[in-house]
Design a protein around this ligand. Sequence first.
Ligand code: ATP
Ligand code: MG
Length: 151
Amino acid sequence: QSIEVSELISSVAERMRKKAEDKGIDLKVSSSDNLVLCADGARLEQVLVNLVDNAIRYTPAQGHIELRLRRLGNFAEIAVSDTGVGIPKEELPHIWERMYRVEKSRSRERGGTGLGLAIVKQIVEAHGGTVDAQSEGNRGTTITVRIPVSN
Ligand code: ATP
Ligand code: MG
């Protein structure tokens, strides 16, 4: 399947915008390049929805979420940044594990089973890509996925 990534990002952003705005969170997209991936569109959409869903869930009102797309060498790099509660450094390596939930956000926010990021990682790696998380505790989180482009 040939997937135009910026189109997919825009459509996911439109779908999730109401949920974000209902919580008082601003959702913005900045994608420069037109990038085509040979990927399973439904699965890739699931990756984006899971990441935006987390960003909304773990970001308080007045916050901001940004979806960025750029080409990095032979990869499409998609980054989802938020200004939310963040993830403590010592927990960062574990968030990709099935059922893992950070204690702080678990007590603060209900809902969720801890499967979202495990699924994200599985899908991205099945496309030959990589996942990465960065967070400054309390100052927000950026999740980055890189997937090889087809040309
Ligand atoms: P599910 O996605 O299955 O509904 P979940 O969101 O708790 O549940 P994951 O998406 O796998 O599970 O995320 C694992 C844990 O990582 C979360 O419980 C949360 O503690 C932390 N986390 C994930 N994304 C963020 C984020 N953007 N900001 C802060 N913490 C996050
Ligand atoms: Mg989740």
